[in-house]
Design a binder for this molecule. Structure first.
Ligand SMILES: Cc1cc2nc3c(=O)[nH]c(=O)nc-3n(C[C@H](O)[C@H](O)[C@H](O)COP(=O)(O)OP(=O)(O)OC[C@H]3O[C@@H](n4cnc5c(N)ncnc54)[C@H](O)[C@@H]3O)c2cc1C
Ligand code: SF4
Length: 326
């Protein structure tokens, strides 16, 4: 690991100043379960000069309900979210997404903000520089994607963004997307639908380099807690998703008034299934309708040679997650 300077921030303002005063690239660290791996494997083109610790800032680790909305402090851990009775009762899709993330130890360390800001897990991107030299793919400033001609079993089934077919690995991201969350930062409020991007090199979010997530706000569920999350992974514990899915429905008088459905680990960014959402509107949710929604969700899939199996998984997980909502 290259040497860097470590600073304990005392307030958010102090953390932003520490980022801005850095002569080279600077990163914030929360639980460190993703960042430490990135630092050890020397992933970035320019090695960080500074790491700014957010855990020393008091008052960022909370789960509160105010006027019916859920407020998650940036340092709320995945364990705390998974085990919160309030979250389980009113936002079950989010509690389940947090519960299915990684392993107990990682959930104890990992924070909600870190989970949605984590880097992608493409094995070429993550390849440690100390084993046979650095691999510079497009996402790391190189000229080509190694996964397209190489091993892309776990990669995108919906095409590339800027030639990159890595997928967003977060489990809580799709849950926050269907719950229409807002990400509050030191600069602005970002609707979750606009938060993720693969357009900015290695970065997976639209955050500026000196911008820090302070809180995530999830609106009160309308007409009952009809949200759900499912994940398919090789092993139930610890593994990243091959495919995951979250859905949230507003059901009145037995009919779906509105629906939000999101697949993740299938594309660079969490992917809303808008055609499936439209299909459900105004109709009673039955198994047949849920299966039709699953088929529509993958109608535009463009699998590569090795990952066609993920299309079938995505189709099935959408219909199963929808049925879980009711
Ligand atoms: C073995 C293993 C298995 C895993 N399995 C899963 C899994 O199944 N599902 C899954 O979703 N994740 C998984 N992860 C990833 C990781 O554990 C989680 O994403 C975790 O929630 C990251 O949170 P953290 O607080 O540790 O983030 P950190 O490592 O501290 O930070 C991650 C990134 O977010 C940035 N960041 C952190 N906090 C903020 C903030 N407040 N504002 C702006 N940027 C911020 C950091 O700069 C860094 O770039 C796994 C990781 C490992 C090592
Ligand atoms: S998929 Fe993206 S991260 Fe992976 S090798 Fe290709 S360009 Fe790099």
């Amino acid at each position: 690991m290259r040497r860097f300077n470590h600073f304990n921030a005392s307030t958010m303002e102090n953390a932003v100043s520490l980022l801005n005063e850095s002569e080279g690239p600077a990163y914030v660290i929360a639980g460190g379960s993703d960042l430490m791996g990135c630092l050890k494997d020397n992933l970035w083109i320019e090695a960080p000069e500074r790491v700014v610790n957010l855990k020393t800032i008091p008052g960022l680790k909370y789960i509160l309900v105010e006027d019916g909305d859920l407020h998650l402090g940036a340092l709320a851990t995945l364990t705390e979210i998974a085990e919160s009775d309030t979250v389980k009762l009113q936002w079950p899709g989010l509690a389940e997404a947090a519960r299915r993330t990684a392993s107990p130890l990682l959930r104890n360390m990992g924070t909600i903000a870190g989970n949605i800001c984590q880097e992608n897990r493409c094995w070429y991107f993550r390849y440690p520089d100390k084993i046979g030299g650095r691999i510079d793919c497009v996402r790391k400033g190189g000229k080509r994607c190694l996964a397209v001609p190489g091993d892309h079993r776990f990669h995108s089934i919906f095409g590339a963004v800027n030639k990159c077919i890595a997928v967003n690995p977060s489990d809580t991201a799709p849950a926050l997307v269907v719950l229409d969350a807002t990400v509050k930062t030191t600069k602005r409020e970002i609707p979750i639908d606009e938060f993720f991007t693969a357009e900015m090199g290695a970065q997976s979010t639209v955050l500026d380099r000196d911008e820090i997530v302070t809180e995530i706000v999830v609106p009160a569920p309308q007409a009952g807690p009809n949200s759900a999350f499912r994940k398919i992974a090789y092993r139930k514990s610890i593994d990243f998703a091959l495919v995951n899915c979250a859905a949230a429905l507003v059901i009145r008088d037995g009919k779906v008034e509105s629906a939000r459905i999101c697949l993740n680990a299938v594309y660079n960014n969490p992917r809303r299934c808008e055609a499936s959402e439209e299909l459900l509107k105004g109709r009673e949710l039955t198994e047949e309708l849920a299966q039709e929604a699953g088929r529509l969700a993958v109608a535009e899939a463009k699998p590569l040679l090795q990952n066609g199996f993920k299309v079938q998984m995505a189709k099935t997980i959408v219909s199963d997650t929808l049925m879980d909502c009711i």
